[in-house]
Design a protein around this ligand. Structure first.
Ligand code: ATP
Ligand code: MG
Length: 211
């Protein structure tokens, strides 16, 4: 379980998250709310890509920053926007991410093959990322997040730019992993996933509340 206590995050004078206390249990948590509300900001905090101005985050009962290494070791994070290394093939990128995560190279390569197969990207994994469409990039970012079977998964619009059928394939994988991992995601498909979610949270005006 992941817990936020009295989290505040501001950029300059603009307070984006204003005293958030919230637990994220094993299962799927959907984040909804208007554009600019702070959903991605919240995911960046969960993923330790940014630090809060105040408040504490704890993972598996231990408080950050002490628990940051333990959290990162089992984190899968798919940011909303990321610059991918265009010169690499998808598979090379996955191998690079796997080594950063300290995963066994052969096992990660096999897992990457299985994930990309399940989401219709497998035929392209030996092609350079420079040749990838927006939807292919989205799927690659998703696939690297799932490497190593993380226990904490933060997904920021993983189904954006995907056709309905492909989005459903991703959703199926996400729900499967949410059976034993803490999964927090934003998606425009919240209505479809809500019946399967442990909780749906609305981010608005600096606060988070049950939707
Ligand atoms: N690095 C930053 N510097 C300054 N302001 C930022 C930064 N990142 C986010 N913000 C501001 O914080 C607010 C929340 O942004 P965030 O990206 O978290 O919203 P969001 O809910 O994810 O929106 P969307 O649905 O459009 O993705 C916005 O007002 C944004 O301008
Ligand atoms: Mg966002």
């Amino acid at each position: 379980m992941l817990t936020l206590t009295d989290i505040r995050k501001a950029y300059g004078r603009k307070t984006v998250l204003d005293g958030i206390t919230q637990t994220f249990p094993v299962g799927l948590t959907l984040l909804v709310g208007p554009s600019g509300a702070g959903k991605s900001t919240l995911l960046r905090l969960l993923a330790t890509a940014e630090k809060p101005n105040a408040g504490t985050i704890s993972w598996a009962g231990a408080v950050l920053p002490g628990a940051r290494r333990a959290l990162r070791r089992t984190l899968g994070y798919a940011p909303q926007a990321v610059d991918l290394p265009d010169d690499l093939t998808a598979r090379e990128f996955a191998q690079h991410m796997a080594s950063l995560k300290g995963l066994d190279a052969a096992a990660a390569d096999a897992q990457f093959g299985a994930i990309t197969d399940a989401i219709g990207l497998h035929a392209d994994i030996n092609n350079r990322i420079s040749t990838f469409s927006g939807g292919m990039r989205r799927r690659l970012i998703f696939a690297q997040a799932m490497l190593g079977t993380p226990q904490l998964i933060a997904l920021d619009e993983p189904t954006a730019e995907l056709d309905g059928e492909t989005a459903r394939k991703l959703s199926a994988l996400i729900l499967e992993r949410a059976q034993d991992a803490v999964v927090v995601m934003t998606t425009h498909l919240a209505d479809e996933l809500a019946p399967h979610a442990a909780q749906v949270l609305r981010v608005e005006n600096g606060k988070v509340r049950a939707a």
